[in-house]
Write a protein of this length. Structure first.
Lengths: 208, 243
């Protein structure tokens, strides 16, 4: 989905300009910022962007790893050893369960990881038990919901269905028309918001 | 109706010349018509097609957009021979068999996550073709002779939407009058969505359109009409604004 084309065709002409350079009461950077806001909203509320990330490898002696970039929520984790064991699914856990299982859980070691927990904030993931010395590495597949890289005038391609393009354009337009300043068009903003609410609910129903 | 017919109809309703529009250009109207078609499909799932997708041997995950650019939502999955692949979640797969990613057998279940990830369980060791019926995004209307892909009897709804969308630029009384066109567009989408929903249920599809009958369209229009009677909206010189 080309959001630059969306901005140029479906937003800028409504802001009394024929191109981004001639905008009077708004800037191009503001428009892309509002597109980025919508991408974050869809990521968070509809879990729109999900990937099977394979960047994490569990090695002996280390239990805590950084979660993949722009991680929102972990949907599923599997781990398979480099010598052919698995992959097998890891059970989600919380600290209460781990402490009930073993009060030395932060230092437990075993043949293979069995469960995961997001401890020390959502950006870190802990695998329990840790691997015994000499055990082969385990490649981890994490199915995660994530944010996209920031949408800007130089990063405007989004891997999403084309039918979602109007949500981005209408959101940017509503934000621009509601933005305080000489170009404010309150009734136009208020005309768009209810439709956007219906569309957001629809998208949430399809994907989350 | 062709793009040219829709455009001219919308321009006439906007009191613009079809040969030399000033305030609402042909490009603006075309963009609004395309946006209307996208929203109509989003709300009703009225466009569907079947295509063959390849599941790589030994790999449970597929990104369908890489194999079909117009991918939107899966409706039904079948393997060769016609057997249906049942919908589920990865949580279901995990509950059934903890080492499900390692199982090698004929595909029985799938899970759809986000807008571009499918998980299959189990998967064979070799590449396998599956037939997926999916709701798809319509092609953009570019040439005058292009026709929208939504049902022909729904084409006038695109002119209604384009009229409302264009009047967002004007605001004030023009927009207030045009809000009823948005209502017409949404009410037609509700009717079409209800029909598609009933049909999809009869087809045994795994996904249904949003239940639009539960959306209060009149409230949406009432809120759209709730803007202040006047504003600092500056109409300005339409020709100068485009130069």
């Amino acid at each position: 989905m080309d959001l630059q084309a969306a901005v140029n065709a479906e937003v800028i002409p409504w802001l009394h300009s024929n191109n981004a350079a001639n905008l009077v009461w708004w800037t191009e950077a503001q428009l892309y910022q509002w597109l980025d806001h919508m991408a974050h909203k869809l990521s968070r509320e509809a879990l729109l962007f999900v990937e099977a990330n394979t960047n994490v490898t569990i090695t002996a002696g280390t239990m805590v790893y950084a979660a993949p970039e722009r991680h929102i929520a972990t949907l599923y984790v599997a781990a398979g050893s480099t010598d052919g064991d698995g992959p097998h699914g890891l059970n989600p856990a919380n600290i209460e369960e781990l402490e009930a299982l073993s009060y030395t859980w932060p230092t437990d070691e075993g043949d293979r990881p069995e469960r995961f927990v997001h401890d020390i904030g959502l950006d870190m993931i802990t695998f329990h038990p840790g691997l015994l010395a000499g055990r082969p590495d385990y490649n981890v597949t994490m199915v995660i919901a994530r944010h996209l890289e920031e949408i800007t005038a130089s990063n405007f391609e989004v891997d999403a269905p084309e039918v979602l393009r109007p949500l981005f354009a209408l959101h940017a337009l509503a934000e621009a028309m509601g933005h305080d300043g000489e170009g404010r068009m309150i009734e136009s903003e208020r005309a768009i918001r209810p439709l956007l609410g219906l569309l957001n609910e629809t998208v949430r129903g399809y994907f989350s | 109706m062709t793009l040219l017919q829709l455009r001219n109809q919308t321009l006439q309703r906007l009191a613009e010349s079809t040969s030399d529009p000033k305030w609402f250009t042909a490009d603006m109207v075309d963009a609004a018509i395309n946006e209307g078609q996208m929203l109509y499909v989003l709300l009703t799932l009225c466009l569907e097609k079947s295509a063959t997708f390849t599941v790589t041997g030994g790999n449970n995950f597929v990104q369908p957009v890489a194999q079909a650019e117009d991918w939107f939502l899966p409706l039904r999955v079948r393997i060769s021979g016609g057997a249906k692949v049942l919908p589920g979640t990865v949580g279901d797969f995990h509950a059934e068999e903890r080492s499900w990613p390692a199982e090698r057998d004929i595909i029985r279940k799938y899970a759809a996550m986000g807008c571009n990830l499918l998980a299959f369980y189990p998967v064979p060791a070799i590449d396998t073709a599956v037939t997926i019926t999916y709701a798809y995004s319509p092609a953009r209307l570019e040439d005058d002779a292009d026709e929208p892909e939504i049902p022909a009897e729904d084409h006038p709804a695109l002119s209604d939407y384009a009229l409302w969308r264009c009047e967002l630029k004007a605001g004030g009384a023009d927009l207030a009058n045009a809000n009823s066109r948005l209502q017409s567009f949404l009410e037609l989408a509700v009717k079409r969505g209800t029909q598609v929903r009933a049909r999809n249920m009869g087809q045994g599809y795994d996904r249904l359109p949003s239940e639009l009958t539960k959306a209060d369209i009149s409230r949406i229009i009432k809120e759209a009409n709730s803007g202040p009677a006047g504003s600092r909206q500056r109409r300005g010189n339409p020709v100068a604004a485009l130069q």
